[in-house]
Design a protein around this ligand. Structure first.
Ligand SMILES: Nc1ncnc2c1ncn2[C@@H]1O[C@H](COP(=O)(O)OP(=O)(O)OP(=O)(O)O)[C@@H](O)[C@H]1O
Ligand SMILES: [Mg+2]
Length: 272
């Protein structure tokens, strides 16, 4: 569809892996012929066990790697067919939030510097306007102004992740890819961050691709869920449909596991 924010058409990516004892090469198909469409305003959750290819898919969308075959189209543009200014402009529309906010932040940079960096790289804003924007972003992620001069080691995990979210929002992206954004946080911080992400999504009309191995996290926030196994999307649909009436035995197993871990308490009062 022309107004889709992200379209993947038969995308595959293999890696040459460690060979056997004879030294014969071995290939791992991390992403196996995936087709996927995400519309503006969706929160698309990708769930799957470790090694199913979720992060590889994220790296392909971020143009950190090239697919072996297939097309990735963001905002109508084939990302592997453009370069230079066009690619740079497109890149500014797609931001990433990682699992570990500690390694995502430069320990020698203050919060203000971290959030200012994308503004320096992608806008012509004057110093005073940038400071104003940093203050506004801190407000949006519910961090006090005084933390502007703090260094990462002076912040909690949740606060660091809020800084990463503020930095991602700074240049008004359309699509944000979140790879396990709350798995490094304790349960209550996890819920606070998920609520913040949900509010920001509504407020700014953002689109998320949210990657997690935890179905309860996706169940709490997503509009759509895709299930990945061995590099393929084996089932996808509306969140409610997947959670309440999926037919796939693997997905059922994931739901059972999430229930066993008692994580479905995350679902309370959420109805989308
Ligand atoms: N650079 C690489 N070189 C070789 N193999 C790789 C590389 N990156 C990923 N792989 C392999 O590709 C497969 C998919 O890895 P990927 O990191 O995408 O999985 P994942 O779903 O993100 O897992 P996790 O939930 O543990 O983060 C794995 O078998 C992995 O070993
Ligand atoms: Mg991963």
């Amino acid at each position: 569809m022309s107004n889709s924010i992200l379209v993947l058409e038969n995308v595959s990516k293999s890696y040459r892996s460690v060979g056997n004892w004879l030294g014969e090469p071995h290939y791992v198909t991390a992403v196996d012929n995936i087709s996927l469409t995400i519309q503006p305003g969706q929160i698309y959750g990708l769930v799957g066990e470790s090694g199913s290819g979720k992060s590889t898919l994220a790296r392909l969308i971020l143009v950190l790697e090239k697919p072996d075959s297939g097309k990735i189209i963001i905002n109508g543009q084939d990302i592997n067919a453009i370069s230079g200014k066009l690619l740079r402009a497109l890149r500014s529309k797609v931001q990433m939030i990682f699992q570990d906010p500690t390694s995502a932040l430069d320990p020698s940079q203050t919060v203000e510097k971290a959030i200012t960096e994308p503004l320096l790289n992608f806008t012509n804003m004057k110093h005073s306007a940038r400071t104003q924007q940093v203050l506004e972003l801190l407000k949006q992620v519910q961090l006090p102004e005084r933390l502007m001069n703090a260094y990462p080691h002076q912040l909690s995990g949740g606060e660091k992740q809020r800084v990463c979210i503020a930095r991602a929002l700074a240049i008004h992206p359309k699509l944000i890819i979140l790879d396990e954004p709350t798995s490094a946080l304790d349960k209550s911080t996890q819920i606070n961050i998920l609520n913040l992400l949900k509010n920001l999504q509504k407020q700014h009309g953002l689109t998320y691709l949210l990657i997690s191995h935890d179905l309860a996290v996706l169940n709490y926030i997503c509009t759509h869920i895709g299930v990945m196994k061995h590099g393929k999307i084996i089932e996808e649909g509306y969140r409610k449909q997947i959670i309440t009436s999926c037919t796939n035995s693997y997905t059922n197993q994931l739901i059972k596991t999430a229930r066993l871990l008692n994580n479905f308490s995350l679902n309370i009062e959420y109805d989308n």
